[in-house]
Design a protein around this ligand. Structure first.
Ligand code: SAH
Ligand code: SF4
Ligand code: F3S
Length: 477
């Protein structure tokens, strides 16, 4: 697949981003430095934050030393993610000690989890704002201006930021992320997200379709529809499946995706994340019907053992998962399937671990994110089970999982050799401007000679060779 199977943890890779100013008239002379960690949804939220701050006249900067305000959008998914952020906050604290006017704010999941702790006990920050409190940021900044510490960690049942047009971080880009729902109601026992992001709620389909249309008109050629569990997207349908208001049409995920697909055959659609317990055939049928919906499903399995899955409270068994894989293979032939795996969950025996390896043999995932279990405060697993798999055993099991996945990733790419793939050009290859790079529908990265092709074009490329991370080829015409 596209990227090398990750051993590193993406939630600890921070990124400072430059967002364009929305309205040059409104510039207030102050500079914002915004750094993001964690999942795509956090990066997408940072675009909302940039939009709100830009409306207040803030310009963004990539140089932290010229910032008047530093905001750090954080992740709590694993302990490492939080440790990295704490390190950054300590760096910022040193800057604050030199410049008392500097405002430092923590946003996102870690802000929600730790609430006022970071203000009161450790005095590391001036502002704490949870994922549903970003509209309040201008007020929070003002409060700090009057010498107070400012906190808003209220979670909402209905906030979706539907009316805020995010400032795209990648102006003139090809690929954009659109959040379609927030929160999660699943309560997987290892996971902190339901505590940091609150209850699940879906965004108005009109605002989603309009945003995708605008993006396409601006030149983007790919949207990724984002949610923790996109299969449970529902508009005007109650959690019990009843229609809430007879005067409003209902929309489920398959219908939403179809509406976006119909905007233009030249707009590619991706989505993340699907949940094995909720992924229905109607989603697969829509995928098969539209060429512009990419043939790629991220379906996190977490473990290949039904007892572990039960302890994880995932709501499915190994057999159920394999049946869903069979459905994908039947309905969307040649679909890439990617996953997330956790090694060393509470009580995991050697035999249970072997079941994960054997499931990998059966599915042959094209790509996987693989993690060691990291106990998170307040989760069901922390309260119910003991984190009893020793660190070295977790590590060894993870290595075995990674090793196996490496073989499957290479095999997946080798299978593409000799085929012709439709590639959406994203830009120059990192190594040479004589080459372009882009992705196939299956999300594999392809490098090929530039000739006269441009960014944003669709090019038919014959695949001639590969590494485990990339396909290499030549345009067929
Ligand atoms: N909503 C998605 C996943 C969100 S978190 C889903 O349900 O699949 C992304 C991934 O982080 C998870 O799939 C899981 O593999 C991993 N993860 C979550 N909590 C973790 C923990 N406590 N320790 C290790 N990995 C974890
Ligand atoms: Fe976490 Fe489970 Fe929700 Fe995914 S579905 S965000 S793993 S609780
Ligand atoms: Fe991390 Fe929060 Fe996303 S915990 S993975 S930033 S939802």
């Amino acid at each position: 697949m596209s990227i090398e199977n990750k051993v590193i943890d993406e939630s600890v890779q921070g990124e400072a981003i430059l967002y364009p100013v929305k309205d040059k008239q409104a510039i207030n002379g102050k500079k914002l430095y915004l750094e993001s960690y964690g999942c795509q949804m956090n990066f997408s939220d940072s675009e909302v934050v940039a939009s709100i701050m830009s409306n207040q006249g803030y310009e963004t900067t990539r140089n932290v030393d010229e910032a008047d305000i530093i905001l750090i959008n954080t992740c709590s998914i694993r302990e490492n993610a939080e440790l990295r952020v704490r390190q950054r906050l300590t760096d910022f604290k040193k800057k604050k000690d030199k410049n008392p006017d500097l405002i430092v704010g923590i946003l996102g999941c870690m802000a929600e989890r730790l609430k006022a702790e970071l203000l009161e006990e450790e005095k590391l920050v001036d502002i704490v704002a949870g994922p549903d409190a970003y509209r309040d940021l201008p007020n929070l900044v003002e409060e700090v201006g009057t010498g107070q510490k400012a906190v808003n960690v209220l979670l909402s049942r209905d906030e979706t930021y539907a009316d805020i047009s995010p400032v795209r971080l990648d102006q003139g880009g090809i690929s954009a992320f659109v959040t379609i729902m927030r929160g999660c109601d699943n309560m997987c026992s290892f996971c902190v997200v339901p505590f940091t992001r609150g209850r699940e709620r879906s965004r108005d389909p009109e605002s989603i379709v309009n945003e995708c249309k605008e993006i396409f008109e601006k030149g983007y050629r790919e949207v990724t529809l984002l949610g923790q569990n996109v299969d449970s997207y529902r508009w005007n349908i109650s959690s019990k499946g009843e229609i809430k208001d007879q005067n409003i049409p209902t929309t489920n995920f398959a219908q939403l995706m179809e509406r976006v697909a119909l905007l233009s055959p030249d707009l590619r659609i991706r989505f993340s994340t699907s949940h094995p317990k909720d992924m229905t055939d109607d989603v697969l049928i829509v995928m098969a019907k539209y060429e512009n919906i990419c043939s790629c499903i991220h379906l996190p399995v977490q473990s290949g053992d039904s007892d572990v899955l039960f302890r994880m409270n995932r709501g499915y068994t190994r057999e159920w998962y394999l049946e869903r894989i069979a459905a994908i293979q039947n309905i969307v032939p040649n679909c890439a399937i990617t996953t997330d795996i956790i090694s060393g969950f509470c009580g995991e025996t050697e035999e249970e671990h072997k079941n994960t390896l054997s499931l990998m043999d059966l599915v042959e995932f094209d790509f996987a994110f693989m993690y060691k279990y990291s106990e998170r405060p307040k989760t069901l697993a922390e309260r119910r089970f003991t984190d009893d798999v020793p660190e070295d055993v977790k590590g060894r099991r993870l290595e075995e999982i990674i090793e196996k996945q490496r073989e499957f990733a290479l095999m997946s790419n080798k299978k593409q050799i000799g085929t012709v793939q439709k590639v959406l050009v994203e830009g120059f290859s990192k190594r040479s401007s004589d080459y372009l790079c882009g992705r196939t529908s299956r999300n594999s990265m392809v490098i090929f000679p530039k000739l006269s092709f441009q960014k944003g074009a669709y090019v038919m490329v014959r695949i001639d060779s590969c590494t485990s991370a990339t396909l290499l080829g030549e345009a067929t015409k």
